[in-house]
Ligand binder design. Structure first.
Ligand SMILES: [Zn+2]
Length: 731
């Protein structure tokens, strides 16, 4: 396959369009030619996936029948098998495609595929193109990645190998040949690609020349996202990667029209690829989140599900989980506790993911995970009819923005972008409010139709066109809750004079930012607004802690009264000096308006601060503000003890409500050792219009439960929850 590249004119056209606020989505026709919403049966059917990633010496050690038996025993109906790339597990004839040294003339891949076909499984072949050998480098030096100082890159962990360039002929030509050979020999359903999008910036002659011909520029040596060359490189790299996906898809679909490349890539705001583009090109996507590590909440797998679903819509999202510890030390053969694997997978399932276990090495060094995964898989098989997860019922959308992470966050995207979203995520989980994630490039009326309220956690970068879409949403009765610098930057990352949404907020940016503010507080103005719902649960609090960074703003109009006012910072040492110099101001910390739908704007980082310190007062303020803005009862309300992830789904013939019990001493840092039951939960469901509930059952407790009906509200009591419960209401 000839290597293709953008002409300079095409590139300049595309960046000009992107600069006008239109995403890469709407670029060159080549971007859309393989898009399709049709999901072939091989992709829609599997509900339980298995991945066996072989290591080089597996052909001499491992027992293929053991794995085939395990796939059968777990009712796995999709499988991903090691095929090629770094190493081939079949008798390849592609030059420089190295067979496993231990393979001889055997065809391990073919044997496994034959066995899996007998089990009726959908089959993905796995390739990994990120490294190669000396002979390939000698014959094709242009296949090898080059560092900023001009040296070819040795592999960081396997020093006999070289890191490959993802944007040049290795991917475009060599891997295309590998994929064609695999598809011709085995006619698999798709090819799952690991580490296909490069291992950091590449300065090889091909990248240099292609970037120059596309943009007229030299490769950047800065990571500053506001540097125009860096930005041009970022967009060019994205486009090259999408281009290579299209080359691979075209090649394999010439052999098997229903097949697809399934690119392994991250989701969420910090993904370097435009997830709209990858979502358009695949009938399913695999969210690779093997486990949590460090300080991390157990709901992160659910968050990943929501992020992928935001761009995949109804297409299957598969949750790839590991069975080991996932830490920087990379104990790839480790096995973590059964409880940790279980909570991770249960939260994935509750959030609509189809589970996919991933095991490295066909030779098992530790078998302790096998039974736990089998139990989980058999449970989902038993209850499949209630776990189809056709449509989430959530009415709240938490917005995430890749362009904000790229052009405003840059290398500080975690601190400047992600931690705001995590604050809201934690607040929503603690408040037990079902919600979805919303991609900021999908603010059109059709995508927002299901939502009453959108939360914009410091979504700093928004184009005028996106702000117009938000305005239209509010004009039609939708509500928004925004924080900090939301809409203060345009789509190129340049700061505006004021918020693009200033008309909705009712305030303008006054040009100054204060912070970090130490020892600053918020006064609750209950005398002025004695019964305001913002104060629910805070009736005895005269003041609460402030956030850390605050924008000075100027009201455009006279606000009737404000519930929250600023108590400015005052000395925190020596202790004799710690007293408020200005105990009361008229500076508002929250602006509430109702132009049509409701608008709440916090001119400070309350959500980020909540994620940092987890103050209960901030939790209440976030929740109360959201409920005020929504101005309707949540679709599901769950009262009772504990920390639960609550999700609600419409299925064919039923509504299911998942209650995942996250209550655990290891909740914010795994692994779980055990589960601790929580007591009775009262669940109120607001039935969708024209829905008649026939009966309700608890799928885990395995019993029918009574329903109390009052108007459109259905009340069900769940006596206790160990790890999870699913209420299935037949309609
Ligand atoms: Zn390169």
């Amino acid at each position: 396959m000839a290597q293709s590249s953008l002409t300079r004119r095409e590139f300049l056209q595309s960046t000009a369009i992107a600069g006008a606020g239109v995403t890469l989505t709407h670029l060159a026709p080549a971007f859309a030619q393989v898009a399709s919403d049709n999901v072939p049966l091989w992709a829609s059917k599997p509900m339980r996936w298995a991945q066996l990633t072989l290591v080089e010496d597996d052909p001499t050690h491992f027992d293929p029948q053991f794995w085939l038996d395990y796939f059968k025993r777990t009712r796995s109906d999709g499988v991903c098998l090691s095929a090629g790339g770094c190493l081939a597990y079949y008798p390849t004839t592609v030059p420089f495609h190295h067979r496993s040294t231990f393979l001889a003339d055997r065809d391990i891949l073919g044997d496994l595929i034959t066995g899996c076909r007998k089990l009726g499984m959908s089959i993905l072949a796995r390739t990994d193109p990120h490294a190669t050998y000396d002979d390939a480098k000698a014959a094709h030096p242009d296949w090898i990645a080059v560092d900023a100082t001009g040296n070819p890159r040795r592999h960081w962990s396997s020093p006999e190998m070289w890191v490959t360039c993802a944007l040049g002929p290795y991917n475009f030509d060599f891997m295309t040949d590998v994929h064609k050979e695999i598809m011709s020999r085995y006619h698999v359903d798709g090819i799952f690609m690991n580490r296909w999008d490069g291992s950091g910036d590449c300065y090889c002659p091909t990248c240099r020349a292609n970037f120059k011909s596309a943009t007229g520029l030299e490769l950047p040596h800065t990571i500053d996202p506001r540097d125009p060359t860096r930005r041009a490189f970022f967009l060019w790299r994205q486009k090259r990667l999408i281009e290579v996906l299209d080359v691979w898809n075209t090649a394999i679909r010439a052999i098997n029209p229903d097949s697809s490349i399934i690119p392994n890539n991250g989701g969420g705001a910090r993904s370097q690829l435009n997830t709209l583009e990858t979502s358009r090109r695949t009938p399913l996507l695999v969210a690779d989140r093997q486990a949590r590590h460090g300080l991390a909440a157990p709901w992160l797998m659910g968050k990943t599900a929501k992020e992928f679903r935001a761009t995949m819509g109804a297409k299957p999202v598969v949750g790839l989980f590991g069975v080991g510890l996932e830490e920087p030390e990379r104990w790839k053969d480790s096995v973590t506790s059964n409880a940790e694997i279980r909570i991770w997978v249960l939260d994935a399932i509750a959030n609509g993911m189809r589970p996919w276990f991933s095991k490295f090495s066909g030779t098992l060094h530790d078998e302790r995970w096998l039974k736990g995964v089998e139990d989980l898989y058999l449970w989902t098989d038993k209850h499949q009819q209630h776990l189809t997860h056709q449509r989430p019922l959530a009415r709240i959308g938490l917005v995430f923005s890749q362009q904000t992470a790229w052009y405003y966050g840059g290398d500080q995207a975690e601190a400047k972008v992600e931690n705001y979203a995590l604050g809201w995520y934690q607040a929503l989980i603690e408040s037990r409010i079902p919600f979805e994630m919303v991609h900021d490039q999908l603010f059109d009326a059709a995508h927002l139709a299901q939502f009453k309220t959108l939360i914009l956690p410091n979504i700093a970068v928004l184009s005028d066109a996106q702000c117009d879409q938000l305005r239209a949403f509010v004009n039609k009765g939708g509500s928004i809750v925004c924080t900090h610098e939301t809409s203060l930057y345009d789509e190129t990352g340049n700061r505006r004079k004021t918020f693009a949404l200033a008309d909705l907020f009712g305030v303008d940016f006054a040009g100054k930012t204060e912070g970090p503010m130490l020892n600053s507080y918020i006064r609750l103005e209950r005398e002025a607004l004695p019964h305001h719902p913002i104060f629910t649960g805070l009736e005895d609090a005269p003041r609460i802690i402030n956030g850390v960074t605050r924008l000075q703003v100027t009201p455009r109009e006279k606000f009737a009264a404000t519930p929250l006012t600023l108590i400015p910072s005052y000395p925190d040492l020596p202790m004799e000096k710690v007293y408020p110099r200005t105990p009361k101001t008229d500076i508002s910390c929250l602006y509430l308006r109702q132009p049509a739908g409701r608008v709440a704007y916090f001119p400070f980082d309350i959500d980020r601060t909540f994620w940092e310190v987890l103050s209960e007062d901030h939790l209440k303020l976030l929740r109360n503000t959201l409920l005020w803005a929504s101005d309707e009862a949540p679709i599901v309300e769950v009262t009772g003890p504990g920390l639960l992830d609550v999700t609600a789904w419409q299925n064919q013939g039923s509504i299911t409500i998942h209650l995942v019990n996250l209550t655990n001493p290891m909740a914010m840092k795994g692994p779980y050792r055990d589960f601790f039951p929580v007591g009775a939960q009262t669940v109120k469901l607001r039935l969708p219009a024209n829905t008649h509930a026939k009966s309700a059952q608890l799928l885990v407790a395995n019993k029918i439960v009574a329903m109390d009906r009052s108007g459109e509200t259905l009340t069900i009591t769940v006596p206790s929850i160990l790890d999870h419960e699913v209420i299935a209401i037949d309609i």
